[in-house]
Design a protein. Structure first.
Length: 90
């Protein structure tokens, strides 16, 4: 099990990105959360098997139709809370 904090930048707020990302994570069985940041970026904490997380990150660059993802910064988290599901935070 691996945990990665993602900071997704570009046109990712007010375009349905969080809901789309939540759906993608749930389809893959990934745990964690996704939320908007005051900076205009989106943050996600994703927890799962490394290969599954890599697939989610690849999909994250595509995003929903109106999104334009410029970058996804990744930071591995060593100590993390065990999540039972994946949620979109407000």
């Amino acid at each position: 099990m691996k945990a990665i904090r993602l900071t997704i930048s570009g046109r990712v707020q007010n375009v349905g990105y969080r809901r789309w990302f939540e759906n993608q994570a749930n389809k893959l069985g990934v745990k964690g959360y996704v939320k908007n940041l005051d900076t205009g970026d989106v943050e996600a904490l994703v927890i799962g098997e490394e290969t599954t997380l890599n697939i989610l990150i690849e999909h994250g660059y595509i995003g929903p139709l109106r999104a334009e993802v410029q970058n996804i910064q990744q930071k591995e988290i060593v100590q993390f809370i065990e999540y039972t599901d994946f949620k979109m935070l407000r």
